[in-house]
Design a protein around this ligand. Structure first.
Ligand code: NAD
Length: 449
């Protein structure tokens, strides 16, 4: 009975502990949803609190954004090559499905936690709404260091995980994609496993697939291209010429290397790069294609001949005009934000800046292009891939890039306008645009039953 009573109160989202006559804690978050203020979920909750005053009447629905719709935690057992059985913890979180099926990547990393995946799924809801693609937000992950697995072990892990989350995913339900340490091959295994389980090839169940398996041209480069596109737009608005601008990039994987390459091709100088192997600096600018070859052959930037090694802490105070964090969350913190020399920070990664650090950057006049708009190029081309898979009609790369650039430019211009109107940061402005879209959809759909 107690469970029914709690459910019935939840139907009135305006009821709070203070004004509820029964004093039922209808807004108390379950313990696993409460803010760990040092973690990504805590950062996300603070971002929602900041946007709430701008939501007008839609604020009555804001609690929707503070709790993921569904959380699935799965055990992923696999047989290792040496015959032993290993168990890994996997997650799939659907944060919000008001605007369409869930969409968001799958991360393989030894530090993945449920609270991290919850935050990443929530940022996907915001990002998808910010660029107005018809998706809700989701994210998944496995707590594993994939570098320690053989190819066979990695394939078994991916297939078992896909089967375990098969309850939630599907082309019209929830569509995973690559994230940190996952790629087109992992997506191919996921697509095959799901297809085997349903008895028909379902290319639309994941995006970021190899082009020969229903993937889209331009997808691999899309996130970096989006980072570049909004970076160029913002640079114009603050009078910063790209030609000759000095760039520092953290993370030289899918996102960081493409963004770095596109900026270098536009005349900028990539002067510092950091990845999990180390930090290198070259004040005259790296030969980016040569650096890419070095990373491809050695697995990281460390040891690149034309760069000097730098301590990882000193990376943040390198002299540059543009800083692109494109690795993991919580990299720009109150400990290093004050030393940042860049005029523009473009968040290629999800959640790289803590709320405290965000305030320091804003106070110091550093313009931050937030993740929820800056790295939305990847999901935008994932959307194109999904549309192409449904229609089995594939577009040219030029067409894809042109549509991507148009969507990113329009979304950025809209957010810039809202930021000026309300005199708020671009992050809060993006949250205003996105949360209004999500909650408006929520309100129009109404509560079931
Ligand atoms: P990736 O696995 O291709 O690359 C990750 C990079 O980060 C690597 O260069 C790695 O060396 C570096 N790295 C890892 N740990 C580090 C550490 N402790 N310090 C410094 N560098 C470290 O991943 P990716 O796809 O490029 O994703 C990077 C970020 O971009 C993530 O936050 C991801 O969520 C976000 N993102 C990715 C996409 C996409 O399409 N791939 C889309 C949107 C956002």
């Amino acid at each position: 009975m107690a469970a029914y009573a709690t459910c019935s109160i939840e139907f009135d989202p305006m009821t709070t502990v203070e004004n509820s006559s029964s004093a039922l804690p209808t807004h108390a978050l379950p313990s696993y949803l409460q803010a760990d203020h040092l973690g990504p979920w805590g950062n996300y909750l603070q971002q929602i609190d900041r946007v709430t005053p701008y939501l007008g009447g839609l604020a009555r629905w804001v609690e929707t954004l503070k709790r993921p719709k569904r959380i699935l935690v799965v055990d992923v057992p696999i047989e290792l090559d040496n015959g032993t059985i290993a168990h890994f913890e996997g997650y799939r979180v659907q944060h919000n499905l008001s605007r369409g099926p869930g969409k968001g990547g799958v991360r393989f990393h030894e530090d993945v936690t449920l609270s991290e995946v919850m935050a990443l799924s929530a940022w996907m809801s915001v990002k998808n709404a910010a660029v107005n693609v018809p998706y809700g937000g989701a994210k998944g992950g496995i707590r594993v260091d994939p570098g320690k697995l053989s190819r066979g072990e990695l394939e078994r892990l991916t297939r078992r995980y896909t089967s375990e989350i098969g309850l939630l995913i599907g082309p019209s339900k929830d569509i995973p994609a690559p994230d940190v340490n996952t790629n087109g091959q992992v997506m191919a295994w996921m697509m095959d496993t799901y297809s085997m389980n349903v008895g028909a090839t379902a290319t639309g169940v994941v995006t970021g697939k190899p082009v020969d398996l229903g993937g889209s041209l331009g997808r691999v480069e899309a996130t970096g291209r989006g980072v570049f596109t909004v970076g160029v737009e913002a640079a114009k608005l603050i009078g910063l010429p790209i030609d000759g601008a000095r760039i520092a990039v953290q993370g030289f994987g899918n996102v960081g290397r493409i963004a770095g390459r596109l900026f270098a091709e536009a005349g900028a100088k990539v002067v510092a790069v950091q990845d999990h192997t180390g930090t290198i600096v070259n004040h005259s600018g790296f030969d980016v294609p040569a650096l890419l070859e070095h990373v491809n052959s050695t697995g990281g930037v460390s040891g690149f001949s034309s760069g000097e090694a730098l301590s990882s802490a000193d990376f943040w105070s390198v002299e540059c005009e543009i800083l692109i964090p494109a690795a993991l969350e919580n990299q720009i913190t109150k400990a290093n934000a004050g030393g940042i020399k860049a005029r523009l920070v473009i968040e290629g990664a999800n959640g790289p800046t803590t709320t405290d650090a965000d305030d320091i950057l804003n106070d110091n006049g550093v313009l931050v292009l937030p993740d929820v708009i800056a790295n939305a190029g990847g999901v935008t081309v994932s959307y194109f891939e999904w549309v192409q898979d449904f229609s089995s009609f594939f577009w040219s790369e030029d067409e894809i890039n042109a549509r991507l650039v148009r969507i990113m430019q329009e979304a950025f211009a809209g957010v810039w306008q809202v930021a000026r109107e309300h005199k708020v940061s671009l992050r809060t402005a993006t949250f205003i645009v996105a949360c209004q879209r999500i909650l408006h959809a929520r309100e129009m759909r109404g509560l079931y039953p």
